[in-house]
Design a binder for this molecule. Structure first.
Ligand SMILES: C[S@@+](CC[C@H](N)C(=O)[O-])C[C@H]1O[C@@H](n2cnc3c(N)ncnc32)[C@H](O)[C@@H]1O
Length: 199
């Protein structure tokens, strides 16, 4: 799977594919986003400028904005962004993949970037590329929250809906190369501080 394959598949996907709770109820789906927004707020400074990469239809971005963060919701899928805007027209959306972020931001940098249920669908190589671009979008000292699960038997996703898992060593090596320092947290995702100027 190339990144373009994953992007194309999500653009055409049924919105129920985003999260298993959507098959339970719409209420449970949006409640899960509110819960994750509150978790993110424990590691992101109040009022921060935050980029949600691969925001989908705003499950998390909308409640993050509701908590007072200045959110830029980025997704390659215009279909996803249209659904987000329909639900909350006040959230800023940008249609872009990882390579398109820099063109949108110009000289601006984010205080924090998070990406949930996005890296899991990409190959190792594409993940490293995406994380490098997300690091470049974050100011020095800023926070990155990455949903890239560790496994004893790491493997790459074999379809657009599959899950890529990592060894701890792979992640440590990637963080050292990109300039990310792990931050202690109770979150189920990796939390990092950007510690050296972006490449
Ligand atoms: C499983 S959904 C997750 C949506 C949201 N983050 C959430 O947790 O509810 C994955 C989303 O990431 C987007 N996406 C996947 N790969 C991407 C890429 N390389 N660049 C931009 N968007 C991407 C898809 O279009 C889709 O909207």
């Amino acid at each position: 799977m190339t990144a373009d394959d994953v992007i194309r598949a999500w653009d055409q996907a049924d919105p129920t594919a985003i999260h298993p709770l959507r098959n339970v109820s719409e209420g449970a789906y949006w409640e899960s986003g509110r819960g994750q927004a509150e978790m993110l707020a424990t590691v992101i400074p109040d009022g921060a400028k935050v980029l949600d990469f691969g925001c989908g239809d705003g499950r998390v971005a909308i409640p993050v904005a509701g908590l007072g963060f200045e959110v830029t919701a980025v997704d390659a899928s215009q279909n996803m962004l249209n659904r987000l805007t329909e639900r909350d027209p006040d959230v800023t959306t940008v249609q872009a993949d990882a390579d398109g972020i820099a063109g949108h931001l110009g000289r601006r940098r984010m205080d924090a970037v998070y990406t949930l249920a996005v890296l899991i669908h990409h190959s190792y190589q594409d993940c490293l590329h995406i994380i490098t671009k997300l690091r470049a979008a974050t100011k020095l000292g800023g926070i990155l929250v990455l949903d890239w699960p560790v496994s004893d038997q790491p493997a790459e996703a074999d379809s657009w809906i599959g899950v890529t898992t990592w060894s701890r060593e792979q992640q440590d090596e990637a963080c050292a190369a990109i300039g990310l320092e792990p931050v202690e947290s109770d979150l189920p995702w990796g939390v990092y501080r950007a510690i050296k100027p972006a490449a």
